[in-house]
Write a protein that binds this ligand. Structure first.
Ligand code: ATP
Ligand code: MG
Length: 353
């Protein structure tokens, strides 16, 4: 279990972030929405973890929990949610809102999903930088300007043009890059990006992916990339976790998860992406739709959509099990992963004959 909780950290003694048994429930009139359930992982310096999954799998909720920005209707519990950054370890599960507010954006920053509409329309881009800086006690406008110009250049924008503009004067791709620059203002050690490319056209997506790749190479920054865009994960992540009904159901190196996925859900997600050499017939999709998070099915939460499910899967909920301990490790929460693997290898062998 200890090994599983530490999954993923290649520099085990130097974790930047440790998350243990994280749960988030939203109180609603219909009942408790179990949006995140028992999530465990560690993130080392400069590591990139991609969290992928269908809509409503709890990805954004996880991101908000990691920065302590959940709405009041959310109930949050964790054994540990600790940042080991530049300051003393900060345990979000016990530090209180005031402490978190102080360190947020210095330890960890987030670029929100659909954040393109998050700008204040009556403030210039420079004033948005000033606002963020002031909230953390930085008052020297010329110093803020110098830093803002530097960051806008880093995200490959024309700094002088952008700094005095208003958000409505910028394209979607420019605004996304401004938001990334803003998030970097206080030099966080961890940056969470929630769907950074989803709202953008294909060419602008490419620009943002290239920018994130550059930041990954040049900055001392770990990232959590939340997305249903698998290409983003494949290009930028070191590790991938697939999320289903609020849980991580598979977690491993990007190579292991993309080339040797063990969970039928991960196989379905990856099978739905066209390949250059594949044909349209090779594409698969996952039948059915995600479960109601208020009234979750018994046993494995994926069993109603899984072609391999047995009676046991309907009764018993699988826990994460190590498939491979090499490197960052590879774990899966499926009772039948060995059998499914054998069946898949058999099919491949038949195709070869
Ligand atoms: P998407 O890919 O569509 O962005 P997601 O994986 O980010 O989805 P979340 O936004 O985390 O999913 O939502 C997970 C579940 O929590 C959903 O069922 C959603 O309806 C519910 N939820 C999210 N925010 C709230 C809230 N403030 N109050 C109640 N329920 C919420
Ligand atoms: Mg989301």
């Amino acid at each position: 279990m200890a090994q599983l909780a530490k999954m993923g950290n290649t520099t085990r003694n130097r974790s930047l972030l440790r998350v243990e048994h994280l749960n988030v429930h939203y109180r609603t009139r219909r009942g408790l929405v179990k949006a995140v359930r028992n999530v465990n992982f560690e993130l080392g310096p400069r590591e990139n973890l991609a969290v992928i999954g269908e809509s409503e799998s709890g990805k954004s909720t996880l991101g908000l929990a990691l920065v302590g920005l959940l709405p009041r209707s959310a109930e949050f519990t964790a054994n540990q949610l600790v940042y080991f950054g530049t300051h003393r370890p900060l345990d979000l599960s016990s530090c209180g809102e005031e402490n978190m507010r102080q360190w947020r954006w210095q330890e960890v920053a987030i670029v929100f999903q659909a954040a393109l509409s998050a700008f204040n329309p009556v403030l210039s881009i420079f004033d948005q930088f000033v606002d963020t800086a002031r909230a953390h006690g930085l008052r020297d406008r010329s110093e803020i300007r110098r830093r803002a110009l530097e960051l806008l250049e880093l995200v490959q924008l024309d700094p002088k043009r952008v700094l005095d503009a208003y958000s409505h004067e910028l394209s979607g791709g420019m605004r996304q890059r401004v938001l990334i620059a803003l998030a970097l203002l206080l030099e966080p050690k961890v940056l969470i990006l929630d769907e950074p490319t989803t709202a953008l056209d294909i060419l602008t997506q490419r620009i943002v992916i290239e920018l994130l790749r550059k930041l990954k190479e040049e900055l001392d920054l770990a990232m959590v990339l939340i997305s249903h865009d698998l290409s983003l994960a494949a290009e930028l992540a070191d590790r991938v976790a697939t999320m289903y009904a609020g849980q991580f159901v598979e977690h491993g190196s990007v190579h292991r998860v993309f080339y040797s996925a063990q969970h039928p859900y991960s196989r379905g997600l990856i099978g739905g992406v066209p390949r250059v050499q594949g044909s349209v017939q090779d594409l698969t999709s996952i039948p059915g739709s995600p479960p109601d998070l208020i009234d979750l099915p018994s046993g494995c939460k994926f069993h109603e959509r899984c072609q391999y499910a047995t009676q046991l899967c309907r009764r018993k909920e699988p826990v994460m099990e190590l498939v491979d301990t090499v490197g960052v490790g590879h774990a899966v929460a499926c009772l039948r992963w060995r059998k499914i693997n054998e069946a898949a290898s058999g099919d491949r062998a038949q195709e070869d004959n």
